[in-house]
Design a binder for this molecule. Structure first.
Ligand code: PLP
Length: 460
């Protein structure tokens, strides 16, 4: 971008947007007197708005998506070439990029074997829920149909994924919900539900077992967890948690479905978040980083054992997974995903994620030392959160308005950061960072300096 845009150049666009576009996740009343932000162009780590103002994007497109950064011509070319050859055919047939990406993906996921394509994280999770329900019907007369989800986790925006949502402010006013979804406690040690315990990870996992026993193990078919909770406060699992979760799932024959929509494809420094913890899932869903937003693609990946359950009786017309996603047959998704993965490999972006992630945590720890309002910093790879509190002793959460003022101050300084919002009532107090995996040490300094200044201005 040449930076020479004037407001007038895009006044027609702004007017059309104000008149007709209903933006996601935002109250529109203020746009009666101000203009919405329109992002015009992106290159590397940076984006430009309608006023030509440059921003360093520390949240990969706002919602941890653009993992390989903006302006990747090679992905655009791969998509273009594929669209000219074949843009679409329904997913009941195969495609060249679909087969190639599935092979490449499975290569990164030992123990997994089948890839089902669709378009969004919500849809991928819905399909996993459908599989668990169908397995309950096929194997257990419909009884083992309950699906457990965790407080603070988020799995999507549809009514059923909201039914599996651990963030009450997201779900409020959209009920009644789909029955058969049951909440288990969160695993954020900073806000321990059991006071100070030496084995918090095991304790939090045991709480899942308590729920299974209370519901009846013969009624619980699946457990859906984020490997690192994202929008619920950036919560890496405490030590010992995943080992115990795995044991519990095996003990009670509960399918383990890991939602990698945010962590998937590099964000935590491994291909998938669960691979940090030695877990062996039955189902894995992914979306955002799969093609870094260059095309819409989501995947539900299963083991061969899960897949086998859907082809046991070819004479039964209801035996297979009777599901379709029309746009799951778009070839742009896997074409973009293939090139996205090649970039991560060839540019060593997993290693960069580990080293830059360590630097980011170091800088955040420095901010914690300097600003009393930073109560806790957490993260894994290039995925980090800083929880703001008014008092370190009582851990009273900072008010959302002040947290949002920090975000706005960074934005004014040309750095886009995020914060938990519409998650848990009273706990929208965690700043979120998820820069692209290409981030440099200078970028990290720029991001944390902007936060440092903003904290000083807002909290003194
Ligand atoms: C962990 C997690 N799962 C699922 C989703 C839903 O994905 P989508 O918005 O693509 O439907 C999100 C979106 O933020 C998410 O963070």
């Amino acid at each position: 971008m040449d930076g020479n845009l004037t407001e007038n150049d895009l006044s027609g666009i702004v007017a059309a947007d104000k008149a007709h576009v209903w933006h996601h996740l935002i109250q529109h009343k203020p746009f009666e007197t101000t203009d919405p932000r329109i992002i015009i162009e992106g290159k590397g780590m940076r984006v430009w708005d309608q006023k030509g103002k440059e921003h360093l994007d520390a949240v990969s497109g706002g919602v941890w998506t653009v993992n390989v950064g903006y302006g990747r011509e090679s992905i655009a070319n791969a998509v273009r070439d594929q669209l000219i050859k074949l843009n679409y055919f329904a997913g009941s047939a195969g495609s060249i990029p679909g087969a190639q990406f599935a092979e490449k993906l499975i290569d990164k996921m030992p123990g997994m074997s089948r890839v089902y394509y669709m378009n969004s994280g919500s849809e991928a999770n819905e399909k996993a829920f459908k599989m668990i329900r169908q397995i309950a019907h096929k194997k257990y007369g419909g009884k083992k149909h309950k699906i457990l989800f965790r407080q603070r986790d988020y799995h999507g925006t549809t009514i059923t994924t909201l039914s599996a949502g651990g963030q009450p402010e997201r779900g409020a006013q959209y009920g009644p919900y789909t029955p058969g979804f049951v909440e288990v406690p969160h695993c954020l040690e900073y806000r321990s539900q059991w006071g100070e315990v030496s084995d918090y990870g095991e304790r939090a996992a045991n709480a899942i077992e308590d729920v299974i026993l209370a519901e009846g193990p013969d009624t619980v078919g699946g457990l859906c967890l984020e490997p690192v909770t994202a929008g619920g406060g950036v919560i890496p699992p405490p030590a010992g948690y995943w080992e115990r979760v795995q044991e519990i799932c095996r003990k009670y024959d509960v399918l383990l479905h890991i939602d990698e929509v945010v962590c998937g494809v590099g964000r935590t420094g491994t291909w998938f978040g669960y691979q940090n913890y030695g877990v062996k899932p039955d189902m894995v869903t992914m979306a955002k980083g799969v093609a870094s937003g260059y095309a819409a693609i989501a995947c539900l990946v299963t083991t061969e054992a899960v897949f086998d359950m859907f082809k046991s009786d070819a004479t039964d017309p209801l035996d297979y997974f009777r599901d379709i996603s029309t746009f799951g047959g778009c070839t742009a998704g896997p074409a973009a995903a293939l090139e996205n993965m090649r970039i991560i490999e060839d540019e060593g972006l997993l290693d960069n994620t580990l080293s830059m992630g360590a630097l980011l945590m170091e800088r955040l720890e420095e901010l914690k030392e300097k600003h009393a309002v930073v109560g806790d910093v957490r993260g894994k790879g290039l995925f980090a959160g800083a929880e703001l509190v008014m008092d370190r002793e009582t851990k009273e959460p900072a008010p959302e308005k002040m947290v949002q003022a920090v975000v706005a101050d960074c934005m004014a300084a040309g750095v886009v950061i995020g914060a938990t919002n519409r998650s848990l009532p009273g706990f929208n107090n965690t700043l979120c960072l998820s820069p692209a995996l290409i981030v440099t040490a200078d970028d990290i300094d720029e991001i944390t300096t902007a936060i440092d200044n903003a904290l000083t201005r807002v909290f003194g």
